[in-house]
Design a protein around this ligand. Structure first.
Ligand code: NAD
Length: 474
């Protein structure tokens, strides 16, 4: 069986201790590899390598850094199929869908790195009495990127572009549940040794990395609970943090929209990646005037998302990542049913191997239920019928999370009202998308630190001002 290694200072290395975790294929429950659990010593060596490599990397002209990163993005795009197969093996995502997301992530890396060419790393402004001020944007130094398993390749690449292009070096700790694609991703890398380092492992490696003395920024993507711990560890060391955390995103469906087309869009938003997307639609508020037709169409659409092994090209929905994740889904459904919810589609787990759970539509739901309060991260579509759009909007806004929200409406006033939703991103009559200029910061418990547009470069650099007095006339 394959035993994975860390990449430290350009060298593939074993862990310094003997702790390993199994990598399990969620469709078959077979152990497919083992990965080091990661130790504080591994983290120390990786951070030291990143610190050593940083001055020479930052000294390269920006266009050279961008060219080197772009070459990596091209290599990733060329290997999109292979990386998607590894993602499927480690976390279940169907290969066809994974290929599209890996290719998109490679293009995103290229685009984000390319923004460095127009970012103002230096600016000069006139000051009082003939003085001038130079604003210099310095790289921070060695940084840490900690990622989840739901889009293994995209999460790593999404964080790296601006950090690297701005002249920082990085220690990446991917999720312990998705190390296969991470290792392959870094085998394709051709950057100077130490510029990007890979430490495999779980929180035993993540915590010492977040709180490491010589790290200057922690970019963390993951759950709210782990995000709080990371913020505490990093805050104790006064590191800058960017936290992209969980959500419980609402969707409000107005009267007057096409119930069938909207139900198909909502099914996609709820069941894509088996509902394991931070911006999955997890609370559905539908206007009473179209509720019956919408729920019928949603239940019908759910049937198209038959859970199966993602290596089969016809499978649109894979298994959940592991039994722990399936247990959360099972608990949310049981709690809802106990409190009066009805199962309109799905809800019955298949026999046999694999952490499968069917696409499930719940009705007669209210906010006392776990499924409306806590992030599920599974293929559940709980529907609440509301008497008016305004009530739907108001109830959609009642959450401790605030990642994104979606509204389907044909009414211009309602389009305007949607902007009031307390979320980092509001989508109207679409879900996802918005392009690289999409500047936002999650609201509530869903995170901290703006992303999009030039915000990632602002976060990846430290501005310093140099004031130069006018020379006295001689
Ligand atoms: P998780 O919080 O369990 O783990 C995320 C990463 O943090 C993993 O690499 C893990 O090993 C590491 N980690 C865990 N505890 C840590 C600690 N105390 N210190 C340092 N590192 C630690 O999350 P997960 O189950 O891997 O991913 C699912 C979560 O990620 C969901 O809540 C989802 O909404 C969220 N997510 C958010 C976004 C976003 O952009 N906002 C994107 C994808 C996923």
């Amino acid at each position: 069986m394959q035993t994975l290694q860390h990449l430290i200072g350009g060298v593939w290395e074993d862990s310094s201790d003997d702790a390993y975790t199994d990598v399990v294929d969620p469709a078959t429950e077979e152990v497919v590899a083992r990965a080091p659990a990661g130790s504080p010593d591994d983290v120390d060596r990786a951070v030291a390598a990143a610190v050593r490599a940083q001055p020479a990397w930052a000294a390269l002209p920006v266009h050279e850094r961008v060219a080197r990163i772009s070459a990596w993005a091209d290599a990733v795009a060329e290997h999109a199929g292979e990386l998607a197969e590894l993602e499927c093996r480690e976390m279940g995502k169907p290969v066809g869908i994974g290929r599209t997301f890996v290719a998109g992530a490679a293009a995103g890396l290229k685009e984000a790195a390319g923004q460095a060419l127009s970012y103002r790393f230096e600016d000069t402004v006139d000051g009082p009495e003939g003085s001038t001020t130079r604003i210099l944007r310095h790289p921070l130094g060695a940084t840490a990127v900690i990622t989840p398993w739901n889009f293994p390749v995209a999460m790593v690449l999404g964080a790296l572009g601006p950090l690297l292009a701005a002249g920082n070096t990085v220690v990446v700790k991917p999720s312990e549940r998705s190390p296969l694609s991470a290792v392959r991703l870094f085998e394709l890398l051709d950057l100077p040794p130490g510029v990007v380092n890979l430490v495999l492992g779980d929180a035993r490696a993540g915590a010492p990395l977040a709180g490491h003395d010589r790290i200057r920024l922690v970019h963390f993507t993951g759950s709210v609970d782990a995000g709080r711990k990371v913020a505490a560890d990093a805050g104790g060391k006064l590191h800058r943090t960017v936290l992209e955390l969980g959500g419980k995103d609402p969707v409000v469906v107005d009267a007057g929209v096409d119930p069938k087309a909207t139900a198909a869009a909502v099914a996609f938003g709820a069941f894509l990646n088996t509902g394991q997307i931070c911006t999955s639609m997890e609370r559905i508020y539908v206007h009473q005037d179209i509720a019956d037709a919408f729920v019928d169409a949603l239940a019908e659409a759910a049937a198209a998302y038959q859970a199966g092994d993602g290596r089969r090209e016809d499978v649109m929905m894979g298994p959940l990542v592991d039994e722990r994740q399936r247990a959360i889904v099972r608990r949310h459904v049981a709690d809802a049913v106990e409190r009066g919810a009805k199962i309109r589609a799905g809800g019955v787990e298949p026999d046999g191997k694999g952490y499968f759970y069917p696409a499930t539509v719940l009705t007669d739901v209210d906010e006392s239920m776990l499924v409306m309060r806590e992030e599920t991260f599974g293929p559940l579509a709980p529907v609440v019928v509301v008497p008016s759009f305004e009530e739907g909007l108001e109830r959609a806004g009642r959450s401790r999370y605030g990642l994104a929200a979606t509204v389907y409406t044909n009414d211009d006033d309602h389009v305007a009202a949607a902007a009031r939703l307390p979320a980092g991103v509001v989508w109207v009559n679409q879900w996802q998308g918005g392009g690289p200029e999409r500047l936002y910061e999650p609201a509530g418990d869903s995170g901290m630190g703006a992303t999009g547009s030039t915000a990632a470069y602002d976060a990846a650099t430290r501005p310093a001002a140099v004031h130069i007095a006018a020379r006295p006339a001689s």
